[in-house]
Design a protein around this ligand. Structure first.
Ligand code: PMP
Length: 384
């Protein structure tokens, strides 16, 4: 998806689903996709050199998260695996047999709900806490369900559909006061919000490279020192927590993408939220009964979720071959069930189906936003 002078302009506004690879990230990865292919676990000179590069990348991620030790960073195949390792691994690694309950929220990513469902089938209890109409989790709602039997509480930093940012530090106070582990899926917040693990108060934290202009198929789980979790597939790599030949190119890509995201975060959040606001105001003015979902105040800079009564979001997407938007989340595309996130904030099934998700990103321009506004408004009026 790139624009050249002779073809119609393409506008990519689906940055919650995935982001393009930053050319600076590709440059950092290239040596490991070409000449430097040695396995970091090999004992020879080339393997030891790869091991040094792996260590450098791990330290870079450690610094980005302000973690206290490099061994707290466990590289995985992405956030789905990291979330699964965090939740199932924490339950498997618990100290006391009468623990093993899990607390999560109604708006988590499917990978978190799937891990919880797997545990439920094995006989563990899962408590799912609701959110308010803006998608916010309230600390008192978490406090109300805490018991001494809870092993892990999992709450996302920012939502992938409506962009709501959770009060993680306040939630962490409640969770740690009750002696449970706190896992945060920080995938959507990673490029836009500070990720200091001590300030957030987390024991386990998930990130994914492809949401921050890095490659697909690589992520990491931060595991606070002293936290007991069990590997899902064990071996020697990643401190025994994640077996498999190291994806060094991907890991270098993740470390580079995270470093760039942090260096550019403040300016970029300002620019991206400015474009998002312009699009939001333009669409709300052009489509008067359209409604904003999520929190106007606690929201990811690039996120815009709009319900447009009387239309089906998939029809809007089909009618706009030059603009990439999404209906609900990409992970649920193909299912006719309304999004669990939109249902959790109180939308009816028909309102959920009338909802489009727009994600502004690093290379979105003023011109893109103007074009998207005009085309979406035109298509909505045609469909009506
Ligand atoms: N958590 C959240 C909040 C996400 O948005 C996603 C990606 N849709 C994931 C987890 C899964 O990430 P990955 O593609 O790296 O497995």
């Amino acid at each position: 998806m790139s624009n050249d002078a002779n073809s119609p302009r393409l506008v990519y506004l689906d940055h919650h689903a995935t982001t393009p690879l930053d050319p600076r990230v590709l440059t950092a990865m290239m040596p490991f996709l070409t000449d430097q292919y040695a396995n970091p676990s090999s004992a020879h000179h080339f393997g030891r050199q790869a091991q040094r590069c792996l260590r450098e990348a791990r330290k870079s991620v450690q610094h980005a998260l302000a973690a206290s030790h490099e061994s707290e960073i466990i590289f995985t195949s992405g956030a789905t695996e990291a979330n699964t390792l965090a939740i199932i691994g924490a339950v498997a690694g618990r100290q006391w047999p009468d623990e093993g309950h899990i607390v999560t929220t109604a708006i988590e990513h499917h990978s978190v709900h799937a891990a919880c469902d797997q545990l439920k089938k094995q006989g563990y209890s899962v408590t799912t806490v609701g959110v308010d109409s803006e998608g916010l989790v309230h600390p008192e709602d978490i406090a109300a369900v805490m018991t001494p039997h809870i092993t892990v509480v999992s709450v996302m930093l920012a939502n992938n559909e409506i962009g709501t940012i959770q009060p993680i530090a306040s939630l962490a106070d409640v969770v740690t006061r009750h002696g449970a582990l706190f896992h945060v899926d920080a995938v959507q917040g990673a490029g836009a919000l500070p990720l200091n693990v001590d300030e957030l108060g987390v024991d386990l934290l998930t990130i994914s490279a492809h949401k921050i202009y890095g490659p697909k198929g690589v992520g990491a789980l931060y595991v606070r020192r002293g936290t007991q979790i069990h590997a899902q597939f064990s071996g020697t790599q990643e401190y025994g927590l994640r077996a498999g030949t190291t994806n060094l190119a991907g890991i270098v890509g993740l470390a580079t993408a995270l470093r760039i995201a942090i260096e550019e975060r403040t300016l970029e959040a300002h620019r991206v939220s400015g474009l998002r606001n312009k699009l939001e105001h333009g669409l709300l003015a052009a489509i008067p009964d359209a409604r904003l979902n999520g929190s106007a105040r606690h929201r990811l800079p690039g996120n815009l979720s709009l319900t447009i009564p009387g239309i089906d979001a998939t029809d809007v997407i089909q009618a706009l071959p030059d603009i990439a938007l999404s209906a609900g989340s990409a992970c649920t595309t193909g299912t006719s069930k309304p999004s669990h996130v939109l249902s959790a904030i109180g939308l009816s099934p028909s309102e959920a189906r009338a909802t489009v998700r727009i994600g502004v990103g690093r290379w979105t321009s003023e011109r893109d936003v103007d074009l998207a506004k005009r085309r979406i408004a035109e298509v909505v009026s045609e469909l009506r």
